[in-house]
Design a protein around this ligand. Sequence first.
Ligand SMILES: [Zn+2]
Length: 101
Amino acid sequence: MSPGVAFAMAPCYLHKGLFCFDPESVTSLRIDPQTGRPPDVNANGEPAEPSQAAQDRSVREPICPDCCKRVNPDRRALGLELLPEGDSMDNLARLLKDPYS
Ligand SMILES: [Zn+2]
């Protein structure tokens, strides 16, 4: 298999603006399409025990680095796992510069 670089452009799930990212390293949240929320968050935005059905329905949605930084204080206050704040474009730029790294 030859080495290569893949990148994607899609709307950030939170702010809906397009951003470019490395699909293998982008931060994402699993979102239940029926509720528009992560399966482990209730309608009040509080942590909740996820149902198996909600987990099965949920799909990965990309989150841009700016939104990760914006929502982490609220996630920390709620005791939820923090989103990685790394800039996926930095990783993409490194791969484009040296795809053999
Ligand atoms: Zn965003």
